[in-house]
Design a protein around this ligand. Sequence first.
Ligand code: HEC
Ligand code: HEC
Length: 452
Amino acid sequence: MSRLLLLLGFVLLVLVEIDVATAGDAPGADAARGYRNILDTPYLPATLDAEVFDNLWQAWPESQRAAAEKADAESRRAQIYARYGFTPRPDEPDGPPLQLTRTKQGYHMNCFTCHGGEVAGRVHLGLGNTNLALQSFVEDVAKVRRILKRPLTRADLASAMIPHGDTVGTTNAVVFSIVLLQFRDQDLNVVPPRRRLRLPHHDLDAPPWWHYKHRTHLYIDGTAKVGHRALMPFILVPTNTPEKVRGFEDDFRHIEAYLKTVEAPRYPYPIDRALAQQGKPVFDKNCASCHGTYGEGGRYPNRLVPMEKLGTDRARLDALRVEDRKTYANSWLTGYDPEGVRTDPRGYVAPPLHGIWASAPYLHNGSVPTLWHLLRSEQRPRVWRREPKGYDKARVGLVIEAVNAVPETSTKHGKRQWFDTTAHGKSAAGHTFPDKLSEEEKRALLEYLKTL
Ligand code: HEC
Ligand code: HEC
């Protein structure tokens, strides 16, 4: 009898959970369909076909090429994954990589290219892909196409023009919406750019999707009001006609429903609970006004912090002009409803900190490798490189090697492993709020942050 009650209680709990998760969605928006849409529907043209994929190793430097040539199919695949930051799909390990959608045409980029990543030995859906080497991938694809004597396409030229990202793990994502929106009018028709085309170039760290359900506004500057259309700029390549984009709208209702179900993973290593308990009041006093409170009854304020107070890198803020944001505000992407779109944000929104242990590196540009460094603005490394798999339990974040200047490297791919905080858009300065805390408070706070 009691087992039956327990079961009933469990079923009720699940029902309540589902009810909460779907409150406010469009009728019928289905998270499972949204997840499949991301994996199965090619929203962008194929970046490469199967033959080019299998020959990617031919673009590599001599020593790696020799190793790949000798390897069997499976270990060659592992080498391809390791180089570009691809991972197996958690529920389909023998299928295509999580980060690419496979069709008869070949492999297409999908949302998980940047939003599916690995931490502490596990792949998490919705976690920023901090091993992604998108620029090297695009360049190697072009090289292999030349080796295979394929004709150049318009897509190849466009892709060669757009900088995809200077540092492994971050992408020049803002440029996608800038470029793609500048080629559209407010009804999504493809038109020549109205203003001089700008390609502001700097890289961003993809935020985790478990933030989504807490957000009223998206992106670090909080420009866009949440909604399924706000997720669609990424598919505005010129080959997607306005009819085609509108035809995908329902798919994005489901994708949005899926995003709302993504939960932050728990810290997988032991936590010193007593120490964490000491860190909680430190957090509540010094951090909660911007980042919210956690645990039962937790509240997240979606607070926009002015740049003068924050002091982190401002290139992202300046990359979009007020006019660019106005074009967005009055377009189909907002349902022609500019209400609530921030056209002149002048700062960044303090993100939620759920699962913060998992989403290193920190700050919107991914310039700070661990939480320990985030709490000590004076001690952040100037130039650093991560170990692709390591997890630093003491400092909470990436295992790194720090140097004073980017060392001589023989390849561009090698250079891209280094995060250079002196480069444009990559500064690790600012957010000095934790500096004033004592060492003891910082130690307790770090332990508390593991529990979020
Ligand atoms: C090329 C890499 C890339 C791809 C592909 C990509 N994103 Fe993103 N995404 C980013 C980056 C980087 C940001 C941070 C942008 C910013 O704050 O300005 C971001 C931001 C977001 C945010 C805002 C999160 C927040 O808390 O503010 C959402 C939601 C999102 N992406 C969903 C998607 C979906 C859905 C897709 C697929 C349709 C997608 N992204 C494809 C890189 C990417
Ligand atoms: C005045 C508001 C404010 C206060 C106070 C504040 N923060 Fe922040 N925090 C921000 C903003 C805004 C960002 C985003 C900055 C960026 O990415 O450039 C941020 C970023 C962060 C990040 C990185 C998040 C990520 O996903 O990369 C962490 C971690 C963080 N803060 C922790 C703290 C802690 C711990 C405290 C208290 C000691 C604190 N913050 C105090 C506003 C604040």
